[in-house]
Write a protein that binds this ligand. Structure first.
Ligand code: F3S
Length: 675
């Protein structure tokens, strides 16, 4: 009743860019895309909620010193932009679609003298601007066969020219074929690279066929997205009730269910004949498509319920009529006897009913008495009527399959997680059975890592989701991976409900960056900044932790909207400053180690994690012009603690007060005044 176009929504390039951007935002707290990733407001809102922000160009990056994460979208960018990004110090995630990357590689390798490249496409489109930015020879961008003819006419005057032709990935296929003819007519040795991406063409062809087979066609997309507008135009040619909507909310005003009918913008389609086709542009996320699908399904179910009232009445009438049995009829039967080879049933007619053991159903390998017992009322289908012998053969398995299929279809529409039994391992996946129905789970959806042994799943009870239903072929495809994603989502939701400042966690170090480390807090990663890793002064996180280490951390702050958690690994009981003020006062004499030299003095460590400054004037009774002339890093010295600033956690030290105490106090005052 509802058919969703297989290629509806994100193409592989956009899906990849979307995933890369969200991953980058989760890893770094936020990520910036150079331009909008997709032309769809709902998709942008989803990205925004995940911490992905669009900026115009590299100059708009905020505070580059914090190494912001930047995502190059699927359109790709010019070489100059790559260089600019490198100079900016940003962490770059390159989500250029592999089809676009291929064009970059083609044009950048053409650099012979007399080479000339014609790029077929829209010169203002970001993808074309990016391609042009990789060209190393003469080139022209043209958008039609006519423009191409004109450019080549002028080029013909240049002798020994090596002519090349490439196309924007979404260039019109028909025009492209015309262009190829033009080039081949003029040049015998031109090199033509077919760089069109056929994802768009495939989506359009599907919409063309689907719209012809549908009496309601829904196209999801934004009017800003040219591929979505094109899909609408194609669909409207095939189906007179075609709606172009941005999301499920827009269906509200055009479609509703009335008794046994679906009413669409004034037109009425009887429930039984409704055939809805749904497709979506390349920038529409799956979430939005599923919302529309479910909304349509709801309307159809409402019409179905109204229809069911009539059906119930007819059923009551039928009950009063004598049973007429024929092959394919679904009947109720009472189990009379169960044996190893068959089950005998009473159908309320003069003939006896038999269900062969292999038509009973149940889990593979089960016996009839594992499945039914005398007195049970069961649903069966008539498979053979032998009036001469007075025998009727039936199948319970077929009904189970149908019911199981129906339940699995409902689960599919509800995006529900179900439990099944892995009955077999086949070539490219496993077969899971659910109430008599078989669901194929491809290896890629099994949750077993690539190259892993699928047999580990055999005879296990697994949770899975149905991801594809083929009504005609009665074929179901499932995913164990999608179900565990749900579980992960639930774990994450619980985490965000329960998190609070001061909460302690123990987690594994998942990644190490220059500015800190990410720790797995149980499905959600938190960040420990370099300064929060240790009480000691460290230059790089690797000085304190290694990948895979288990770290005890405490939540410092968190932002559920941006999905960010800031952590500290510093144990307050080990706070060196507290230890210092307990052991030392102003006037204390201490042994210290020089840890750093500056122009104005030296820093000396008194206990690990606590340094004090020996001002240049407090190094010696003699005048010191250059600190390095008298001190070196690692040297042990004796110092007097001359001042403790508890509020700012700063300490002033003096070597001179130990070695030449009579003048030091005056000099300290003098030196501080000078500063
Ligand atoms: Fe790439 Fe084709 Fe999509 S070029 S971004 S996969 S339409």
């Amino acid at each position: 009743m509802i058919e969703l176009a297989k290629s509806a929504g994100f193409c592989s390039g956009v899906r990849r860019a979307f995933d890369i951007a969200v991953t980058a935002a989760h890893k770094h707290g936020r990520a910036y895309t150079l331009g909008e990733l997709v032309h769809n407001e709902d998709a942008l809102a989803i990205l925004h909620a995940q911490g992905v922000y669009a900026i115009g160009d590299v100059s708009e990056l905020p505070d580059k010193s914090t190494q912001p994460a930047v995502v190059i979208r699927s359109h790709g960018v010019s070489r100059a932009v790559y260089e600019e990004l490198e100079r900016s110090g940003a962490i770059v995630y390159d989500a250029t679609c592999p089809y676009v990357k291929k064009i970059h590689n083609i044009v950048s390798e053409i650099n012979e003298p007399n080479s000339h490249i014609v790029i077929m496409g829209d010169k203002n489109h970001p993808e074309v601007r990016g391609i042009v930015g990789h060209v190393k020879c003469a080139y022209a961008v043209v958008n039609s066969p006519e423009e191409l003819r004109e450019v080549l006419r002028l080029q013909k005057k240049v002798r020994h020219i090596a002519q090349f032709l490439v196309a924007q990935t979404t260039f019109n296929e028909r025009k492209w074929r015309d262009c190829i003819k033009i080039v081949n007519n003029l040049y015998t040795n031109a090199k033509i690279f077919d760089t069109i991406c056929y994802a768009t063409i495939k989506r359009q062809n599907e919409a063309r066929i689907l719209s012809k087979n549908s009496n309601i066609m829904v196209v999801i997309g934004s009017k800003r997205s040219s591929n979505s507008v094109k899909l609408y135009e194609i669909s409207a040619e095939g189906c007179s009730h075609t709606f172009f909507i941005t999301n499920a909310g827009a269906l509200q005003n055009v479609i509703s269910a009335t008794k046994r009918e679906i009413s669409i913008a004034g037109a009425r389609i009887p429930y039984g004949t409704v055939a809805v086709g749904i497709t979506a542009g390349a920038s529409v996320p799956t979430e939005i498509i599923m919302e529309v699908h479910n909304k349509m399904n709801e309307e159809i179910m409402r019409a179905n319920e109204a229809d069911a009232e009539g059906a119930e009445f007819m059923a009551e009438v039928e009950k009063t009529l004598p049973q007429k049995l024929y092959i394919g009829k679904r009947v109720k039967a009472f189990v009379v006897a169960v044996n190893a080879n068959e089950v005998v049933v009473d159908l309320g007619v003069k003939q006896s009913g038999y269900i062969p053991a292999d038509e009973i159903g149940g889990e593979p390998g089960s016996n009839p008495d594992d499945v039914v017992k005398p007195g049970d009322e069961i649903d069966c289908i008539v498979t053979k009527v032998n009036d001469a012998e007075g025998v009727i053969h039936l199948s319970k398995k077929s009904v189970d399959n149908e019911l199981g299929f129906e339940k699995l279809t409902v689960a599919y529409n509800a995006d529900a997680v179900i439990e099944g039994y892995v009955a077999a391992v086949v070539n490219s996946g496993v077969i899971v059975t659910y109430e008599g129905s078989r669901v194929f789970i491809p290896a890629s959806q099994s949750g077993v890592p690539r190259g892993g042994d699928l047999a580990t799943l055999l005879k296990q009870t697994v949770q899975f989701k149905v991801i594809e239903v083929n009504e005609q072929r009665k074929r179901l495809v499932g995913s164990i991976r999608a179900a565990s994603k749900n579980e992960n989502d639930a774990v994450k939701a619980k985490f965000w409900e329960e998190i609070e400042v001061g909460k302690a966690f123990t987690g594994e170090v998942k990644s190490i960056e220059n500015y800190g480390v990410f720790v797995d807090l149980g499905g959600v990663d938190g960040m420990v900044h370099l300064s929060e890793l240790s009480w000691k002064r460290i230059r790089h996180p690797k000085d304190a932790v290694s990948l895979g280490d288990t770290l005890s951390v405490v939540v410092k702050s968190f932002d559920p909207e941006k999905r960010r958690v800031s952590l500290t690994a510093k144990n307050p009981d080990e706070n060196p400053w507290a230890k210092f003020v307990e052991a030392y006062q102003e006037g204390s004499i201490a042994k210290a180690t020089i840890v750093n030299l500056t122009q104005f003095g030296a820093f000396a460590q008194i206990i690990p994690g606590v340094d004090g400054l020996i001002h240049i004037s407090q190094i010696s009774g003699e005048r010191v012009n250059n600190v390095a002339d008298v001190l070196q890093v690692g040297q042990e010295v004796e110092v007097k603690v001359t001042e403790i600033d508890e509020a700012r956690e700063r300490i002033s030290l003096s070597m001179r007060a130990v070695n030449a105490p009579e003048t030091a106090a005056d000099e300290v005052a003098q030196a501080e005044g000078d500063e």
